[in-house]
Each structure stands twice: as C-alpha cells, then as structure tokens.
Design a protein around this ligand. Structure first.
Ligand code: G4P
Length: 527
C-alpha cells in the first residue's frame, strides 16, 4: 500500500489545487479571469463576469440563481499551465457568502489571498483566513490595484501581521504607486518589471539588474523613485523576515506579491512563483490514519452540494475532492456512510459556463457528481477497505432565526425539507432545550431567503422565520457534568453537540470568564 503507483505519481505531483480568499471587490474575479486566460482556459478576459449583479439580495430564488451566474456553475475550474494542472476552487463572496465558502477551503491545498492596496485587510478576508490558518495550508498574498493610490506597503505588511497574525516575505516590491506606479522590483531574481500595458514584449518589460542600487533602475523609473526603492529594500533586508520555505509550507509566513490584476500586471509572475512554492496534494487524515495520495487507490470526500445547477431539471450536484489515487468514469466505489457500492457514471467538471463529462481524474482534482439525494457534506467515497475522512467542520453562523411551519398539517414535509436542505450544508440547524424549537443559523443572510423559497417551491411548505439577536455560535467541550449543568443555556447541533449562542463578543467573553472548565470552539472541527 505504501508503494507509489508510478502511473499516478506524475499526474498527482503536477496538480495544484487552491482557493482565492478576499473581501468583495478586492479583485478575485479579475484575478481568476487572468489566471484562466494564461491557462488558455478562456479565450478572452471578461468571460467570468456576471456575478457582479449578485451584489443585491433578491427574494426570487430563480433570479438569485440566474444572477449568481458563473459563481454557481464554476465551483471548480481547472486548466493546464507550464506542465501543471491547476484547480481553482471558487469561494462565493458578496451576498452568497455562505458556509460553503468556508468548506471549500477544506478542499484546497493552498490559498491565494487578494488584498486591495487601498483597503488593506477586510472583514471577509479575516474570516476566510482563519479557516486557512486552522488547516495550516500555505497562503500566498497578492496586493492588488497598485495602479491606484493606496496604503504604504510597510503599513500593509504590518497590518497583515497585526490583524491576521502571519509574518510576510515580500517577493517583489512596488516602485511608486497610483499615478506614479512604475513597476516592481523582484527581490529573488534581482530584476525589474516595468509597469506598462501588458501587450509589451517581455524583453522590454523585464530587465535584469545587479541589485536595487543598479543605476539602470534610476534611468528607467526616475531618480526619486529609485532612491525610494533603495531605501525601502534596505529596510526590508534589515528589518523584514527572512525567506523560509518551511514556514511558508506551514502557513506561518506568507509570500507577498504586488500588482494590478486589471492591467494584467504581476499576475504571471505571481502564477509562476506560486506554482514553484505551492504544494501538490498531500496526505490527509482519516479514520485509519493518513491516506497517501500517491499510493492509496481512489478516495475523496464531498465538500459541497449545489442544488438547482440546472433550473430546468432542479438537479443537485455533489462536489467531490479526490484525495488519493485515480478516478475513472463508470468506476464502482464505496459510499462509506451508507455502506453501499455506487457507480459513478456521469461525473462532470465545470469550466466557465460549460460542464463536461470527466473520463479520468487524479488526487487534487474536483469532480461534480449528480446527486439523487444520497450525498451529504463530508461523505467519503473510496475503493478497497472502507474508511472515512475527517468530519467536515461546521463554522459559527452569524445570523440566526427561529423557524416554524405555518400550517401544522404540513409538519412532515417541513421536517423532511429542513433535514434535506440542512444536509446540503448552507444552513445549520439547532434545537433548543427542553422545548426542541428549531433555530437556523447562516453565515450569509441570503441563505434565509433561499431556504424559505426552496421549502415552498420544492416541499410546498410555508414557514415563519423570526430573526434572533444572536451573532455568534460556539461549540462547547468539557466534562459531561459541566455541560449538563449548562443545558438550559445551550442548544444542540444536528449531531446533538452542545452549542452556546451569543449576541456579542462581549457576551462571549463574559461566558468564557465565567465557565473556566468549558472550552469554546469557533468550529466543530475535531469535536
Ligand atoms: P471581486 O471578484 O473580488 O469582487 O472583485 P472584481 O474582480 O470584480 O473587481 C472589483 C472591481 O475592482 C472591479 O471594478 C474591477 O474592475 C476592479 N479592479 C480589479 N483589479 C483592479 C486593479 O488592479 N486596478 C484597478 N484600478 N481596479 C481593479 P468595477 O468597477 O466594480 O467593475 P467593472 O465594471 O470593472 O467590472
């Protein structure tokens, strides 16, 4: 079992699977577009647009679907570039930000964090960053929009360290900014990339120098900017962190790149460096120990379920991250939770607006499986001896509502609908004690509207949602007696685990100080 399979080895080693994390408007769509463009996966920049319209909430589910456009259909995008197979996992932002966004990160081997130079580290980035941190995956930073005036680069690095708690190593350094933006100095390769429009030939855009004090730089960008660059690089060399590949691999040091995605500036340099540093698929924890991607036959887990991929058919697609071995269309695999064998006849991959049937895939890839209602988030599929990957964590919702069925006669359909929709994983279900009232928790408020609409459309059930003032959920860990003593103050999640809800950070802090024998977890990971 520990022998690497030579046929798979090359295929798996060339795979790089990552997610982009950012706050809305930082430039994720633009960056994705440029990356796909380099990979030849789209013919022209502009094809990944469309999600912009989704900024405004709407109560019509079909409208939501239509407007979510590409962000729905392209849950994973793949392309070949310089001998690598790249899988970009989409992390929906804007209003359709949901727990899916967090879970997608559990299927990524690395993350690319995009920061707007003027805005710095923003709220959604912090939340997504925390999840990456928890998993210890490497994080690569791209500071975007250098063609606009923004914060001082040193200030940004300090902010990244202070707010996110990660050290940074600038791989390149901007020469000027905004209307004075002239290019970047590459610290690793000792060369300058001049900021001109992307159509310039590489020889003109890039020039080698002996170091930041090479007078050639002054000739090309002007004496003032050159002087500033020399001072700043000197400061970085003395006061900055050293480059350390081991720390980068553990997600404790982030390589930082500066650029302007819309102008296609710095994107290719970023991609080339990223591919050298980002890891291929690595062993993953399971109920039987670490599963090696190279030697273990096919296995994977479901990290996302998307309903209504095709509104005409109301179908569900379950997204599977392959963690080991090779997948072949038509293969029979074990569905471990159900203890059943199933045949994977029509797996699909998604690209821009299209979906295509997959014939074979390898560890690192993501495939979509048509789901007749047999999959749940976190399900393991494998061949050979059955085992299960770690349970998919739940993350703290930020909006809570009490839910009741309007017509008591429809209680059965209501229960069925709620169970099925919570299995898809974008809404969390909690029960109060001792009344067993149902409370729903979501990460993005749009999910309430989606749930309400779908319960009516698919199960014929109308519900009443009453917003509750909570903003935070914490999973509790402690001795049984200590937890039992808190029963009246807690709710339980789908698996019966005790959870406490809070209206504010202040309330949470008070509880943590009061109940010193209890641990308060931000996610259900490892519980
Ligand atoms: P998102 O997916 O992270 O939400 O961001 P998106 O790429 O859609 O970019 C948000 C806005 O920022 C867009 O402008 C986009 O054109 C702009 N943008 C992205 N990269 C850069 C950059 O390097 N420099 C500058 N100056 N702007 C950039 P918009 O006006 O909101 O949309 P659009 O009309 O351009 O599509």
């Amino acid at each position: 079992m520990s022998q690497k399979n030579p046929q798979w080895e090359q295929e798996i080693a060339k795979r790089r699977t990552f997610a982009i994390i950012s706050h809305p408007d930082a430039g994720k769509t633009t960056m994705t577009e440029k990356l796909l463009y380099y990979g030849g996966a789209i013919r022209e920049a502009g094809m990944v647009k469309g999600r912009k319209n989704s900024k405004h909430a709407t109560s019509d589910w079909m409208e939501i679907e239509k407007k979510r456009g590409i962000s729905v259909t392209s849950s994973a995008m793949d392309f070949e570039y310089k001998g690598h197979r790249i899988n970009i996992l989409d992390t929906p932002g804007h209003q359709d930000f949901s727990e899916d966004t967090y879970r997608t990160l559990t299927a990524a081997d690395a993350a690319v964090m995009i920061i707007d130079v003027a805005k710095g580290v923003e709220a959604q980035t912090i939340k997504l960053f925390k999840v990456c941190r928890m998993r210890g995956i490497p994080i690569f930073t791209f500071i975007n929009k250098l063609d606009r005036h923004g914060k001082d680069p040193f200030e940004l690095l300090e902010e990244i360290e202070r707010v996110l708690g990660i050290r940074s190593y600038p791989m390149n350094w901007p020469i000027g900014m905004g209307s004075h933006f002239s290019g970047v100095y590459d610290r690793m390769k000792s060369r300058v990339e001049l900021y001109q429009d992307g159509s310039q030939h590489e020889d003109i855009r890039f020039f080698e120098v002996s170091g930041p004090d090479d007078p050639l730089i002054g000739e090309r960008v002007g004496q003032d900017l050159w002087q500033q660059l020399q001072e700043e690089i000197a400061l970085l060399d003395v006061a900055g962190d050293a480059f350390d590949m081991e720390l980068i691999g553990k997600g404790e040091l982030t390589p930082v790149f500066f650029g302007s995605a819309i102008n296609n500036f710095g994107v290719q340099t970023f991609l080339d460096n990223f591919l050298q540093m980002a890891p291929p698929p690595s062993p993953k924890k399971s109920s039987v120990g670490l599963i090696d991607p190279y030697s273990h036959p096919f296995s994977g887990f479901i990290f996302k379920i998307q309903a209504n991929m095709n509104p005409a058919h109301r179908d569900r697609v379950a997204f599977l991250r392959i963690c080991s071995g090779r997948f072949e269309r038509g293969m029979t695999v074990k569905h471990v939770r159900l203890g059943k064998e199933i045949k994977l006849a029509q797996p699909v991959q998604f690209m821009a607006q299209d979906r295509e049937i997959v014939e074979e895939s390898y560890a690192g890839d993501v495939i979509g499986l048509f789901d007749p209602g047999i999959f749940q988030i976190g399900d393991t599929l494998c061949v050979g001896q059955p085992f299960e990957y770690e349970e998919m964590p739940h993350f703290s919702p930020e909006f809570f509502s009490r839910v009741m069925v309007k017509d008591a006669m429809k209680h059965k359909q209501f229960q069925k609908g709620i169970m099925q929709l919570t299995e898809e994983g974008t809404v969390q279900l909690f029960r109060t004690y001792p009344m067993e009232e149902l409370i729903l928790g979501v990460v993005g408020v749009l999910q309430f509207e989606v749930l309400e609409y779908r319960l009516k459309a698919e199960y014929g059930v109308e519900i009443t949602l009453t917003r509750l003032p909570y903003q935070i959920a914490r999973w509790l860990e402690g001795e049984k007696a200590a937890l039992d003593a808190l029963k009246n103050k807690t709710v339980t999640d789908r698996y019966g685990r005790p959870v406490m809800l809070f209206e504010s950070e202040y309330q949470l802090r008070m509880a943590m100080e009061k109940y010193l024998n209890i641990k308060f977890h931000e996610s259900s990971l490892g519980l």
